[in-house]
Design a protein around this ligand. Structure first.
Ligand code: MOS
Length: 755
């Protein structure tokens, strides 16, 4: 009987395979692990943001019941700094280990660590430590003026020219442009606020260290810890089975992690240290505040002749993370004259860090807002204005796009949203007694691939196992790996075992930059092919096998069955039968992916994902209520491996974008420098009641320049542009132009649009 090879599961809507484990409580997150003799550690936080410790009095705390130690600079032992290696290796945004000196540079900086038998005792002891300071006035000023930095600076990701991109003569072209726009856009400090708090459980066995940590990058974390504690890498094991989201806040190790490790070393017991929500606002990263001046010059017909993007972002006193707002600016629209330039302003704040769509998200908020304002000034439709300025190639790098369908995103989105019914006049559109406003904005996010390795086993019970030292941060990586392995081995998804989140596995990529999926594809495919080759060798060598005495090259594999190439795929023998006949439990194969990101060679193609959002707001002037009422998003992110999880990713990003437009901001107290919106009550994110019907569409053009499946990433692209679409819709409804996020009630009260 001829057998039909089953259709590939890639592209099939697949519920997450880890979902049942999570909803039944079986999934163990990092801080769910308990060990005999476990001690609890609670850091003591600096209550000033600038100054020096003059005295640390631990006497009372040390005498408290259950307290094992109060650790500080004098008794914690040596913690070295880590050195960045090549690519994503040895990276640590806040390079100064806690307690390295007595200087306080930001509020909440750790100054001591209480370790006790219970969490409550440790917390009480931490409160009982008395710290005296020589206090100075911190600088947490909102207004940003660029510091006097050299033209080439060292950033967390390597050397960067402050003049990031330049072509033509942008200033001259702007000066002579018939139509001009010159506006400054501001985004506030945003904090990640993942549901699962950061924390470390560390334990030593002689000179071997194991930690449980909710990490977006276990391999990098292993390297960092090995360097900090002077260990060979193979002596460090990092385990992260499930992550309660991260948004970038768990990409790189924070200072609490080596503290827990050092405490476990000093006390000879496992130590657990979980941050409070307040601490996560102080010491676990945030998106920098940005102030972005955008100057556009255009012809009256709407051709861009000049684009200047000058921005300043804040950073911490010691670290050099750059919020790269100019990432998408050089390529997103065609213009002969362009200049992108950035500056830094140091502030007494914790280290700034990657947050979902780092750089491009605040950057596109500014440039897409400017595009909307320019379209209004030109009295052009903002969709048409964008299409008119569509580039043929990446004009920033002077290379072709790998696969760009931005115009189709805009056209398809406009069609699905009903954009042609738009009356551009402010406050002119009404429905059900409410004023409605419509806005649009474009999106782009880098597509990249990092080094990765994977192992695939074919087993005698007809199952397969795929293993990779990658993480699933809630985005669906478990399921993606299952789908890839199922595709290659013909094993149904439910019979694929996926093992991730452990540094003893073949090294995987970080779950960041939306590149985990693109990175693992080649490794898993190669590993599966390697396992199949091993199977062929078994098939020809096993006595009694139907393929005995054939050459491995004569054989082919499809849908889980081995057959003779010349005979075609009809029939064939299931791999499990061949393994059983050979009395083998399994055959195993290894595969590798090579990075396309930060590699030395100049890229041949400009690799990005694209998209757009169409947003509708409703405006009720009587009570100054603005709501996001509808969002249609179209995303061009290559081939979508799992459209169900993919849509969830974009929906989640749009929800975050509603928060970005309307709610999210971290305020600092100008007196003591504390981030004062440091709870989930005070730091407002969008919740169900704020979220309308979201429509997400994928174009699904495979990008084969990136990998064999043509999949790019979809974690971050959905957050790009959405805030600009909402501010444009708000302007359309209310006549209020908001250029500093989030939109506040005070902004809206300026509206002259009445019901
Ligand atoms: Mo994303 S900010 O690269 O986790």
């Amino acid at each position: 009987m001829p057998q039909e090879a089953p259709a590939s599961p890639i592209g099939r809507e697949t519920p997450r395979i880890d979902g049942p484990l999570k909803v039944t409580g079986v999934a163990h997150y990092a801080s769910d692990f308990h060990f005999p003799g476990l001690l609890y550690a609670v850091p003591v936080e600096a209550t000033i943001a600038k100054g020096k410790i003059t005295k640390l009095d631990t006497a009372a705390a040390e005498k408290m019941p259950g307290v094992r130690a109060i650790l500080h600079r004098q008794n914690i032992g040596k913690i070295s700094r880590s050195t960045p290696g090549k690519g994503v290796s040895g990276l640590c945004i806040e390079r100064r280990p806690a307690f390295e000196d007595d200087i306080i540079r930001y509020y909440g900086q750790y100054v001591a660590l209480a370790v006790a038998d219970t969490f409550e005792s440790a917390q009480a002891a931490a409160h009982a430590v008395v710290v005296s300071y020589a206090k100075e006035k911190p600088n947490v000023e909102d207004k940003l003026t660029a510091d006097d930095d050299p033209n080439e600076v060292m950033t967390f990701y390597g050397p960067v020219k402050r003049l990031q991109s330049e072509r033509g003569d942008a200033a001259a072209a702007f000066a002579s442009a018939p139509v001009k726009l010159d506006q400054t856009y501001v985004t506030p400090v945003e904090t990640h606020v993942p549901i699962e708090l950061q924390g470390t459980t560390a334990m030593w066995d002689g000179d071997k260290l194991t930690i449980y940590e909710e990490s977006q990058g276990i391999m990098n974390m292993r390297t960092v810890l090995a360097q900090m504690f002077g260990l060979p890498e193979e002596n460090v094991r990092v385990i992260t089975k499930f992550v309660g989201s991260g948004f970038g806040s768990k990409l790189w190790p924070w200072t609490h992690c080596p503290l827990a490790v050092a405490a476990a070393r000093q006390l000879g017991k496992p130590v657990k240290l979980v941050l409070s929500r307040k601490m996560t606002f102080q010491t676990a990263g945030h998106r920098a505040r940005t102030q972005q001046r955008v100057r556009l010059g255009a012809t009256p017909e709407g051709k861009l002749v000049s684009l200047q993007h000058d921005y300043v972002c804040h950073r911490s006193i010691l670290d050099d993370y750059q919020e790269n707002c100019g990432e998408a600016t050089p390529f997103h629209y065609s213009t002969p004259n362009l200049r992108v330039h950035f500056g830094w302003a140091r502030r007494n704040v914790g280290a700034t860090s990657d947050m979902r769509g780092p750089g491009a998200v605040p950057g596109l908020y500014a440039t897409e807002s400017a595009m909307n304002e320019m379209a209004d000034q030109l009295k052009m439709d903002p969709v048409q204005f964008r299409i008119l300025n569509e580039p043929k190639i990446d004009e920033g790098e002077n290379i072709p796009f790998s696969s760009r369908h931005y115009v189709e995103c805009l056209q398809s989105g406009a069609e699905k949203f009903g954009w042609s019914k738009r009356n551009p006049e402010i406050g002119s559109m009404k429905r059900d007694g409410l004023t409605i406003g419509w806005g649009v904005a474009g999106a782009a996010w880098i597509a990249a691939r990092d080094d990765a390795a994977a192992n695939v086993e074919l087993r005698d019970d007809g199952t397969t196992r795929v293993a990779c030292g990658v993480q699933d941060i809630g985005t669906g990586t478990y399921t993606v790996l299952a789908l890839l392995a199922a595709d290659k081995t013909g094993v149904p998804v439910e019979k694929v075992e996926v093992v991730i989140g452990d540094t003893t596995l073949p090294p995987g990529p970080v779950s960041g930059g939306s590149w985990a999926t693109a990175s693992v594809v080649p490794a898993v495919f190669e590993a599966a092919d390697d396992a199949v080759n091993a199977l062929f060798n078994v098939a020809v060598a096993t006595p009694g096998s139907p393929f005995q005495n054939r050459k491995p090259d004569d054989l082919a594999f499809e849908g889980g069955r081995v057959f003779v190439k010349a005979d075609g795929p009809g029939g064939g023998v299931p791999f499990a039968d061949l393994l059983k006949r050979a009395n083998l439990r399994l055959v195993s194969g290894d595969g590798r992916s090579e990075k396309l990101f930060a590699s030395k060679e100049k890229p041949k193609f400009s690799l990005h994902s694209y998209g757009c959002h169409f947003a509708e707001v409703t405006w009720q002037p009587e009570i100054a209520r603005l709501r996001v009422n509808r969002v249609v998003t179209v995303i061009d992110a290559g081939r979508i491996i799992n459209p169900l999880a993919g849509r969830n990713q974009i929906e989640g990003a749009v929800v975050m974008g509603i928060g970005m437009a309307l709610f999210e901001q971290t305020h600092y107290d100008p007196q003591n420098g504390a981030p004062i919106t440091s709870s989930m009550a005070d730091y407002v994110v969008a919740v169900n009641a704020d979220v309308p019907k979201l429509e997400v569409h994928f174009l699904d053009y495979p990008d084969l320049k990136l990998n064999a499946v043509g999949a790019r990433g979809i974690g971050e692209i959905g957050l790009a542009g959405i805030a600009a679409a909402i501010t444009a819709a708000t302007y359309h409804a209310t006549g209020v132009r908001v250029r500093e996020l989030p939109i506040t009630i005070e902004d809206l009260l300026k509206s002259k649009v009445l019901t």
